[in-house]
Ligand binder design. Sequence first.
Ligand SMILES: O=P(O)(O)OC[C@H]1O[C@H](OP(=O)(O)OP(=O)(O)O)[C@H](O)[C@@H]1O
Ligand SMILES: NC(=O)CC[C@H](N)C(=O)O
Ligand SMILES: [Mg+2]
Length: 502
Amino acid sequence: MCGIVGVFGHNPVSQVIFDSLSMLQHRGQDAAGIATCFDERFYLEKGNGLITEVFDAGNMARLLGNIGIGHVRYPTAGCASVAEAQPFYVNSPYGIVFAHNGNLTNVADIVQGLFETDMRHLNTNSDSEVMLNVFAHAMARRGAVKPNEFDIFAAVEEVHRRCKGGYAVVAMIAGVGMVAFRDLNGIRPLVFGTRQEGKTEYMIASETVALQVSGFKLEHDLAPGEVIFIDHNGELFNHVSLQAHEKAPCLFEYVYLARPDSTMDGASVYQCRINMGIKLAEKIKREWSHLPIDVIIPIPSTSRIAAQEIATRLNIPYRDAFVRNRYVGRTFIMPGQAQRKQSIRRKLNPIPQAFQGKNVMLVDDSIVRGTTIREIVAMTREQGAKNVYVCSAAPPVRYPNVYGIDMPARSELVANGKTVQQLAKDIGADELIFQDLQDLKDSITEASPDLTHFDSSVFDGNYVTGDVTEEYLATLEKQRNDAAKHTEDVASHITRNLSSRL
Ligand SMILES: O=P(O)(O)OC[C@H]1O[C@H](OP(=O)(O)OP(=O)(O)O)[C@H](O)[C@@H]1O
Ligand SMILES: NC(=O)CC[C@H](N)C(=O)O
Ligand SMILES: [Mg+2]
């Protein structure tokens, strides 16, 4: 769940892209990059860190041009080396820069063909670099000196044929224009907006908040398999792939990933989270009527909206009793378990009075590795709570994600193989309750009635692309469990040094 943005403007765009990336920072904290195009030359700045660490007045001034793309990264493939920061660049054909949110599930099958048949070079283990090369090869095969919309659409059709998984992409082709497309199931989000600055300017981004900050108006969410092409004159073309399936966006975007002030595929994320609160409150009334709950306390930040609604529905006081340190980022998307665990106490600090002698109900949006909830339950007890009840606005996460959220190892998911009672014991709670999956889906459908299909794989193991095998999941778990990632990151120091010379 990286954040991506592309802007086709009529004035310099680097600041607009930076502003949009600042609204998408919650989607990736590890690396950031911007590429612009001026006079058929690309200008690229990228590095590890938050956008405020990567960009300064000096390098922003070097990003010339009225068209550009940007990326904030949360790795789901390869390693955390700066060599895998995006946008990626290839110089042939034309010169293409590429930014990707998502994850491919058939990289191993594609790579061999890329080397042996397409004779393309890969310099990293990033799946995004693989997809860029598939796109570049497809463009080269068209053989057009000045490609038009039909060449672009045909090349993206080939990407859709070869690349399986979840993806949203923005790319720029030097002297040709900007291209954006979404995977065939619409798993990862992508929106398209316009603004009038004398002439029409265009933005494509992961979330509507990125449009809003610079005054762009949402035109539409890209459909599954849709490609948008804006040529160098600013003429707009679009096409929906004949291979496209019914839209099935990732449920976890609504639970945690997206900002609440975004609208995704017609559903206000804020309204979805309120609906989750309403439905969970109903379940609590049905199943926990005997519990003497004194106070409802959210685990900041994402759970707040659902928690407030639960408190209102149950008529129990709501207290913001964990103070969030605003200088610590999201912990779930931090790269290693040690770092995630360490950050929780720095990030969330309790106000003792709110807990002493109380029967406390804690609310989180989701429980994934259990890092947060374990620590928070322990802190709640340390503050002298009488009983600790825990509720989660999402069902238990029991299956790995393969479409762009870094939860690749089943063994690292705290709910894996446990009943709710076992899990309650494991996290130290007196009672534990989860949202039902159907209620979660209904929470989104009620906010946008056309949305009835979802990728719910992390909750039920049904992978919407239909091609995810047990064998693939076993290989993924071996390659990307926390220990394996750590080893790869250490090894990548070599790449890091090399990349600073490239
Ligand atoms: O079970 P875990 O593996 O700990 O993951 C789940 C937790 O991680 C997320 O919080 P995070 O701190 O990332 O972001 P937030 O501030 O948006 O809630 C999420 O909101 C849960 O609190
Ligand atoms: N979270 C994402 O969207 C990651 C994009 C890509 N797979 C990477 O690892 O860079
Ligand atoms: Mg949280």
